[in-house]
Ligand binder design. Structure first.
Ligand code: G3I
Length: 366
C-alpha cells in the first residue's frame, strides 16, 4: 500500500491521462484526489488551523487536497469573537464555517475558556473592579451558549478549556483571572455549559507540554477528578508544539498510554515540529544565521522526528480521533514570531511554496 501511495504522490501535480474511445482525455490532477487525509483515512482525520487569509488562493486548494478537518487559529477564541460583552464578531468565524461546509470538511472548535485572548470586560464590573464569582460564571455560560449554540450543526468537537495547568513548580493550576475569581470551579462549569449547549459535541481539555512528566501528572490529576465528579469531558488534546529534539519516542508512548488509561479519546490538536531547541520549540537568544536557514541537518532531524511521531500515532489509532497541524505551510507559522520575534521557523509538512517537504514523504511512508 505504502509503495503505491508514494508512487502516486511522486507524480505531484502532473495530470493522469487515460485512453477512452481512442481519445486521450485529461483526468483530474492526482494531487487533488490524494493527500494526507486519504492516506490516513483508516487512521484518523488530519487537520490544520486556519486564519481568514487561508480561505482563498493557493492555501485553499492545498487545504482541500490534504486535510479533512480544520480548526480556527484565532477567530473563535473569546476576545476575537466577543470583543465586548454581547458584541459578537461572527463574520470571520462564519466565513470559516462556510468554507468547511462548502468543502465537506470536519471542524473542531477552539477555544471557549482561556486565560489568553479574552476581553478584560469578562472579569470587570461596571466600576472597573473585579466581578464576583457568580457574575463571571454567568458570563462564561452566556459566552459558551452563544458560540457553541451558533455552530452546533457544524462543529463536532470543542477545546472547552485551554491551558489551565501551571507549567512549573508546586502550583497545580495556572494563576489566571479565572482561577483567582472562581478557584478551580470554572473548569467543570465550562464543560457543563458546553454540554448543555450541544450535547452531541465531543468536549476536550487542551494543553501544551502535555508529554512533560511533571505537567502530565498534574493534568492527569485534574482529568481524573473531573471524571470522578461526572463532568462531561470526553477527550484530551495534546497540542503537540514539539521540536526536532523532543518528545522522545518513549515520552510520547508513555503520555499516550497514560491519557488512554483515563478512558478519554485523544487528539493531537496543534502539531508542529520546530527546528530549534528550547521551550515551546525555541530558545530565547537568536543568532543571525538562524534567521532564515533551514539547514540539511535540521531537515534530517525533522524528517526523523515526524516519521517517529506518526508511527507512534498510528499505533494508537484506537484512541486517537484526530491530528491537527497548527498552520498550513512554512509560508506562515505562529513560530515565526515565538519565542523570538521575526525568527523564521520551518515546522510544517509543506514548504514556503506550499510544496510537500521530505518530511511529508516520511509521514506517508508506512
Ligand atoms: O487580530 C489582531 C490584529 O487586529 C492586529 O492588527 C495584529 C497586530 O499584531 O494583531 C492581531 O492579533 C494577533 C492574533 O494572533 C491574530 O493574528 C495577536 O497579536 C497575536 O498574539 C495572536 O497570536 C496567536 C496566539 O495564539 C495568541 O496567544 C497566534 O496567532 C495563534 O497561533 C496562537 O495559538 C495558540 C493556541 O490558540 C493555543 N495553544 C498555543 C498556540 C500558540 O501560541
Amino acid at each position: 500500500m505504502a509503495y503505491f501511495k508514494i508512487l502516486v504522490m511522486s507524480i505531484g501535480s502532473s495530470f493522469l491521462l487515460s485512453a477512452c474511445d481512442n481519445q486521450i482525455q485529461e483526468a483530474e490532477p492526482v494531487s487533488s484526489v490524494t493527500g494526507l487525509k486519504d492516506i490516513y483515512a483508516d487512521y484518523f482525520p488530519i487537520g490544520a488551523s486556519l486564519s481568514p487569509a487561508n480561505l482563498s488562493g493557493k492555501d485553499s486548494s492545498l487545504i482541500v487536497t490534504e486535510f479533512n478537518s480544520v480548526t480556527a487559529e484565532n477567530v473563535m477564541k473569546p476576545s476575537p469573537i466577543q470583543p465586548e460583552q454581547n458584541q459578537f464578531n461572527w463574520g470571520p468565524a462564519d466565513a470559516m464555517v462556510n468554507f468547511v461546509e462548502e468543502n465537506g470538511l470536519k471542524m473542531r472548535g477552539h477555544t471557549l475558556c482561556w486565560h489568553n485572548q479574552v476581553g478584560d470586560w469578562m472579569f470587570e464590573n461596571e466600576e472597573g473592579g473585579e466581578v464576583d464569582k457568580q457574575t463571571l460564571l454567568r458570563r462564561l455560560k452566556e459566552h459558551i451558549q452563544a458560540v457553541v449554540g451558533r455552530y452546533q450543526d457544524h462543529i463536532y468537537a470543542w477545546d472547552v478549556v485551554n491551558e489551565v495547568i501551571a507549567d512549573e513548580g508546586e502550583a497545580w493550576y495556572r494563576d489566571s483571572r479565572w482561577y483567582q475569581i472562581t478557584g478551580e470551579e470554572f473548569i467543570a462549569k465550562a464543560f457543563e455549559y458546553a454540554h448543555e449547549a450541544d450535547s452531541n459535541a465531543t468536549l476536550f481539555y487542551n494543553d501544551y507540554n502535555a508529554t512533560n512528566p511533571d505537567k502530565m501528572e498534574k493534568i492527569v490529576k485534574m482529568l481524573t477528578q473531573l471524571k470522578e465528579e461526572g463532568v462531561p469531558i470526553h477527550g484530551m488534546g495534546l497540542q503537540g508544539h514539539w521540536s526536532i529534539y523532543y518528545p522522545s519516542e518513549a515520552q510520547l508512548r508513555t503520555a499516550l498510554e497514560t491519557y488512554k488509561e483515563l478512558g478519554l479519546e485523544i487528539q493531537i490538536t496543534e502539531l508542529d515540529i520546530s527546528v530549534y531547541p528550547g521551550e515551546s520549540g525555541g530558545r530565547r537568544e537568536k543568532s543571525a544565521d538562524e534567521l532564515d536557514t533551514f539547514t540539511e541537518e535540521m531537515e534530517q532531524q525533522q524528517i526523523a522526528q515526524y516519521k517517529m511521531i506518526f508511527k507512534v500515532l498510528r499505533d494508537y489509532r484506537d484512541v486517537i480521533t484526530g491530528v491537527t497541524f497548527w498552520n498550513v505551510s512554512d509560508a506562515h507559522s505562529w513560530l515565526d514570531n515565538f519565542p523570538v520575534k521575526g525568527r523564521k521557523n520551518y515546522p510544517l509538512l509543506f514548504d514556503q511554496n506550499r510544496e510537500r517537504k521530505k518530511a511529508y514523504e516520511a509521514v506517508i511512508d508506512f
